[in-house]
Design a protein around this ligand. Sequence first.
Ligand code: HEM
Length: 473
Amino acid sequence: MSLVPPPPLEARPLRRVVNDLRIERAADAEVPFPPGEHAPSLRRTRRFNVAPLPVLLEAYERYGPVFTLRIFHARVVFMLGPEANHFMTVAHADHFTWRDGHFGDLTPLLGDGMLTIDGDLHRRSRRIMLPAFGRERVAATLDSMLPEIEAVVSRWEDGAELDLYATTRPLALRIAMRALFGLDPDGAVARETDAAAEFEHALGFWAKDYFLQVLRGPGSPWSRMLAARRRLDAIIYDEIARRRRSGERGEDVLSLLLDGADEDGDRLSDGQVRDQVMTLMFAGHDTTTSTVSFLFHELARHPDELRRLLAERDAVLGRRDPTFAELMGDALPRLDRVLDETLRRYPPAWIGPRRSVRPFELAGARVPGGVPVDYCSWASHHLPDVWGDPDAFRPDRFAPEQRAALPRGAYIPFGAGSRTCIGMRFGQLEIKAIVARVLRDHTLELAPEFQLRIRQMPTISPRDGLPVVVRAR
Ligand code: HEM
């Protein structure tokens, strides 16, 4: 028997707006929303869509850790800071659903994957997949990661100009396809489809103005997103059919999804396997690509940090490939700190959108049931009362003593609790393997005049890519 899918979400945009307003009115009548900015404001909506960080930090200053902002039509409760993060992700995670929060907006592309399901279905699906993300399995993926990285980085020459973001994106997707799903990125169907570009097209839909998102019909962003989805689906369904036909299996996530059964013997249908694969490819390539870009952006601006990192890397690894134990153990502490600080300043999955299932109270504020409630790692990582000089890039914040002194819930780039990022270890390994290989032969300078601007939908990434000049070491 298949696991029972959740009921479909309303896809018609205007109907969703009407539903939201109806639910909001009923909720507010029972428990009023926390203080904040309740009136509709196009200016606030636009500011939030372009640069949410200052909007959230200003509201935190004015209203404290729990506040309301009306963004476009809907009032959203934001909860910031260590206590709120711990409340939402660990202590009272059961007060919230994911599917009915803004992650649900992604279902037209992702379907009912891990980011958009809850409860029993989520618990069972996660259990089926977990073995693929265990220490030993992830360690084995390094063997397929290293040649992919080598093939890209070994082509770089002194003085070459390249867009690091645009270069890393297809690399990260190839690594995810091969290491997680045993998919051949050069296979017949995949060869005709530039999967990274298709994802870029599809995800571009959520970066569009809301007014463009509601358009339908030929040529609209919606129809372009659906077309990209169809081409990505073709790669995934082709591989599912091939594996079912041949019976070929490995230790990859796809094999687990095809055969995996939970404790009651229930299995995933082909459509559910597709949704999980699509979700993992999305979650697993966009986040790592952005992190690699932001990390090199910061190294280029902090020569002392770069020097220290190069010295550590050369002393430990010389010119040979790193092992899993070196990358993920204690052998490269500076690399760990640089990565941790990059994920503090730029946590790619910057927002945790949920919907409350019942009213609750935190820090003296009451929150109604049934309404959008979001935590935000990006803003929580920049609270001046938690992080001294939060805009400064200082990896030594993550020296062991300083790290141990952080309040619980202060640092959450991978979320926390039962829905912590399932790909955390895989993502960290991949990023560190890329950084270690690039720095073996090269350093990267920012292109002259480059100023970082950040795009925030659906994950944060450099809006204009990351143009760099390669320097041979
Ligand atoms: C730097 C890399 C990454 C970062 C910063 C990151 C961050 C996150 C965060 C913050 C969440 C929780 C979101 C929330 O609480 O609302 C999450 C969940 C998730 N991530 Fe990642 N992620 C990364 C890499 C990956 C990779 C490589 C994969 C897959 C291969 C992945 C798959 C997932 C999945 C499936 C979930 C949902 C887990 C669940 O609901 O049980 N992530 N990630």
